[in-house]
Design a protein around this ligand. Structure first.
Ligand code: THU
Length: 134
């Protein structure tokens, strides 16, 4: 599956967004080595801090279907933004920890703009497991 096809799945996922508070729909799709693709969308709540981002839902979806970090090839994220969507800080932290450093991160919008990046570029100097050691 190429980037454009993965973005198309993320756009489909975006339609499943539950975002009555922000009216900002985010869709995401994770592509794995075995060809499986897992969707995610942002899911909000009247108790605002409980809102969950689309890309995190897609990553958790893949992990819950038994995919290993090493087997995740790409993550596409789409929103209706003027330029490509910029993942929030919390998602960058999760992407950095749960995806491998070679994972292709495909940022897109509904106008055909695409930017390819990776976990280290999204979150340089990340807080990680080793930092917990004293
Ligand atoms: N959102 C995402 O799903 N991903 C991001 O990286 C940025 C923000 C969602 C959270 C909330 O439901 C809405 O977009 C507005 O912040």
């Amino acid at each position: 599956m190429n980037d454009e096809q993965l973005i198309k799945v993320a756009i489909e996922a975006r339609e499943l967004s539950y975002s009555p508070y922000s009216n900002f729909k985010v869709g995401a799709a994770v592509l794995c080595k075995d060809g499986r693709v897992f969707k995610g969308a942002n899911i909000e709540n009247a108790s605002y801090p409980l809102c969950m981002c689309g890309e995190r839902n897609a990553i958790y979806h893949a992990l819950m279907e038994n995919e290993a970090k090493e087997d995740i090839i790409a993550l596409a994220i789409v929103a209706d933004t003027p330029s490509v969507v910029s993942p929030c800080g919390a998602c960058r932290q999760v992407i950095h920890e749960l995806l491998n450093k070679n994972t292709r991160i495909v940022l897109a919008n509904l106008h055909g703009d695409i930017k390819i990046t990776n976990p280290d570029e999204l979150l340089p100097f990340a807080f990680q497991e080793g930092d917990l050691k004293r």
